[in-house]
Design a protein around this ligand. Structure first.
Ligand code: NAD
Length: 367
């Protein structure tokens, strides 16, 4: 039983609370639901999987209980480090048996992009909820298949959009929705870093499904949508390649793209693997502006508006994300900015359009 519930009961407030203006928030707390913990298995024990595992140590509602990996030595290390029992360890051959394991609720895929769709279908078929890293899939067709298979299986499909739970981001979004910047007519998103090792999977089109756009450009796409609170109706894009050896056919090095929105707002964005110090969002309206830099890195995020800086405590993004995802899956909580498969699919539709626009030079209409 939670301490908050104990407090309410001791104070004899459970019934009284229901007639108070804040009854909804109190009654939402006054439940056994918040005692439940989401039991998570991580699939793909690489660099991001490790980050998520470390962040989950501080979670109140999510716990790492299992792993899926093709590397036995990593499984051994993770078993020791996180106290994972043998019975919750799988490789890609034994993975289907997870359906008979009642101690795992969700599988979090932190594998290369092209593996998200096939593994999502297997996880859903095993009756487990799915969390996919971004990008959710290689294209919208794959994304639709994932959404449909999870719907059919009656399981959640969530995407690791950690910024959707970040405090300063949420405050900028709140101010935008409240009209504090007036009519927001311009968004700029700059997303990039200089990529190293040319042999890594991020530069292999079969595993990555593209280049910088799939990895980092998706932050500007997603950011434009949540900062403006609208869906784009047209897209134009231009691709530039300075190193065709490192960035082979099918791997984009640099793409600039523009999006138009129903309100008349426009977004101008850059996605690149060839420049550092590009992690910036800028939103301008008729009455004010918001700027975030860094805007999507691991933080602390810095944000300010025409009225001054936005202050909020930095909490490891993946810790908040996993606690919030536990509330979504276990309690049916609706986040302010969605993180479900439909949300992931919206970004993939835009990725497809950006690639098509860059290739043809045409303006692509959406919706
Ligand atoms: P990584 O290379 O460090 O880890 C990938 C893991 O997948 C490795 O453990 C690897 O062994 C395993 N794997 C399984 N099958 C594989 C195969 N066929 N080929 C290659 N590796 C295979 O990569 P990462 O940086 O952890 O990225 C994993 C996913 O997480 C990607 O989708 C990436 O876009 C995403 N990511 C998200 C964030 C974020 O902030 N949300 C940050 C980094 C990465």
């Amino acid at each position: 039983m939670s301490t908050r519930r104990i407090f309410l009961q001791k104070a004899g407030l459970s019934t009284l609370a229901l007639s108070l203006p804040f009854a909804n928030s109190l009654s939402a707390m006054n439940t056994d639901k918040e005692d439940k913990v989401l039991r998570v298995a991580i699939m793909g024990l690489g660099s991001y999987g490790t980050r998520v595992a470390e962040a989950m140590k501080d979670c109140k509602r999510a716990k790492l209980v299992g792993v899926v990996s093709g590397t036995p030595s990593k499984v051994e290390t993770w078993k020791q480090k996180y106290g994972i029992p043998d019975k919750n360890c799988y490789n890609y051959e034994t993975f289907d048996q997870i359906k008979d394991n009642p101690d795992i609720d969700v599988v979090y895929m932190t594998t290369p992009n092209s593996l998200h769709k096939p593994h999502c279908l297997s996880i859903a078929a095993a009756g487990k909820h799915v969390i996919s890293e971004k990008p959710m899939a290689l294209n919208a067709a794959e994304g639709r298949e994932m959404v449909a298979s999870c719907k059919k299986a009656g399981v959640h499909l969530l995407v690791g959009y950690r910024m959707h739970f970040e405090a300063k981001t949420l405050e900028v979004v709140r101010q935008q929705r409240a009209g504090e910047f007036g009519k927001t007519l311009f968004f700029q998103g700059l997303s990039g870093f200089i990529i190293g090792d040319p042999t890594q999977w991020r530069l292999d089109p079969a595993l990555a499904g593209g280049g910088a756009m799939m990895d980092i450009g998706v932050y500007s796409i997603n950011g434009a949508r949540y900062m403006l609170g609208e869906e784009p109706t047209w897209i134009t894009a231009q691709e530039v390649k300075t190193d065709p050896v490192k960035f082979k056919e099918g791997v984009d090095e640099t793409i600039t793209f523009q999006m138009g929105f129903p309100s008349g707002a426009v977004a101008s964005c850059l996605s690149t693997y060839s420049l550092n110090n590009l992690d910036k969002f800028y939103l301008n309206g008729t009455k004010g502006f918001a700027e975030m830099q860094p805007s999507t890195g691991y933080g602390p995020i810095k944000a300010w508006t025409n009225k001054g800086p936005i202050e909020a405590e930095h909490i490891t993004h993946q810790t908040t994300q996993m606690d919030e995802m536990a509330a979504i899956i276990l309690d049916g909580k609706k986040p302010l900015i969605p993180v479900d498969g439909e949300e992931g699919l919206k970004d993939l539709v835009i990725v497809d359009a950006i690639y098509a626009a860059a290739k043809s030079g045409e303006k692509i209409k959406l919706g």
